[in-house]
Unconditional design. Sequence first.
Length: 185
Amino acid sequence: DLYGPNAPSVLSGTAHDLDRVFLHFDFGVACNWRGCPPVRVLWARGMAWDLWLLAGGLAIGVTVGVVAGMWCASRPRTFSARVLEGSAVVLFCAPIYVVGLLLLKLFNPTFGMFPIPYFFDAEPTWVSPWGAPWDWFRQLLIPWLGVGAPRPPLGLRLPLHTRREPLGGRHVPPAPPTGLSPRSG
């Protein structure tokens, strides 16, 4: 049905489509948009935002995780460290749509518990990080938090265990001073 009555076979039609997609990056046109732009152009425009979103989420997630891991390692077995470690495990297991909904419920300026008014614009706009850095940062902060939410538990475990191991391990006792026997030292 996709290739019409004049197509030689389904295999040749599929081979032609794969050739257009993988070799020419041609996905057709998006005629629901004004001017029927090629899908390739729409993807190219959105690719920079996707890369910024991924890089910012990773940077925030890893930084928060490493700092939290060092904080928990310096306070072993305290209630606050246990709460932070338990919260990290829950955050790691939570699906991203639940994390996104919680971010909306917490920070939305109209119905959130802790409204942040300038970070939830209802109208999306295209801004450049070099042309309007503050607007660019405002638009990406909440998505960065959503993307970076599962990363702190991963970053928390490494410094937590690398700092706890030397703190709890047995150390070599210092050598006795010269002239004293081991019993008197």
